[in-house]
Design a binder for this molecule. Structure first.
Ligand code: CIR
Length: 250
């Protein structure tokens, strides 16, 4: 993880619904760190970097697995410098650090790991060259990947989905409609709660935004151990629960 910098209030967003309150956003981040720790994760937190407003969203410039890390290339020009900034922490933690082609773009928010495959969603941030190059790097790490499509107007593939367990995906209706999850069981978030789809499974618990009561009920009914976390401030800069960490099993 990386601490949020004061400049996060200027983070990228598709629609301006007002800027986040920095103090409240810090509280959300602190709660996220505490929840990951409580879920049994050993947490490493990098220093805030005010030069990059979106640098708290460490999921986007890299991909990590026990076998190695892959440096990506954010499609958002203002985020491209985050890659160099995260590189030292990756070199410290991983025996192998690969890089995608300098001709393409890919952001981690577009990449969903499932037990079957790695799904890479094309989006306004991830292009075909970047996705194909990520597929090649993933092969080197022994992982099969497939390139899929993010729905039009959706920031990242994972804006609209997350893995709930080995075979079940939490998804929006619009993403499920593309047929991309036909090999999986799915739970569809209720209309109006689309942002709840960016949940995060960590060990035995599922982190879910705290302001999605109908999705909460769906997950409770299905027996998931839900941990509710406030995401209203990061939501103002189009972020959700997966984007504030890079996670791997060592
Ligand atoms: C951006 O637009 O890049 C940031 N404001 C939000 C990034 C969210 N990333 C993620 O969900 N992986």
């Amino acid at each position: 993880m990386r601490r949020p910098a004061p400049s996060v209030v200027n983070g990228l967003r598709a629609d301006d619904r007002g800027s986040p309150d920095f103090a409240k956003l810090q509280e959300e981040h602190d709660a996220y760190v505490a929840a990951l720790t409580a879920a049994g994760v050993a947490v490493q937190i990098l220093a805030a970097d005010d030069a990059f407003p979106d640098s708290v969203f460490v999921e986007d410039p890299a991909l990590v697995y026990a076998e190695g890390a892959i440096l990506l290339r954010p499609g958002a020009a203002s985020r491209r410098g985050e890659v160099e900034k995260i590189k030292p922490a990756l070199s410290e933690n991983f025996p192998t650090v690969l890089e995608i082609s300098a001709n393409g773009f890919a952001e981690g928010g577009d990449i969903l790991n499932t037990p079957r495959t790695v799904m890479i969603g094309l989006s306004s941030r991830t292009d075909k060259t970047g996705a194909q190059s990520a597929v090649t790097c993933l092969k080197k790490l022994g992982r099969e990947a497939e390139v899929v499509q993010t729905p039009a107007g959706v920031l990242h593939f994972k804006t609209d989905c997350s893995l709930l367990d080995e075979e079940t995906i939490l998804t929006t209706r619009r993403l499920a409609a593309s047929g991309v999850f036909k090999e999986y069981k799915t739970v569809t978030v209720p209309d109006g709660e689309e942002a709840a789809a960016n949940a995060l499974r960590v060990n035995d618990v599922v982190f879910l935004g705290s302001h999605f009561p109908r999705t909460r009920e769906l997950l409770d009914t299905r027996g998931y151990a839900v941990v509710a976390l406030d995401t209203r401030e990061i939501g103002l800069v189009d972020a959700g629960l997966s984007c504030m960490s890079l996670r791997w099993r060592s």
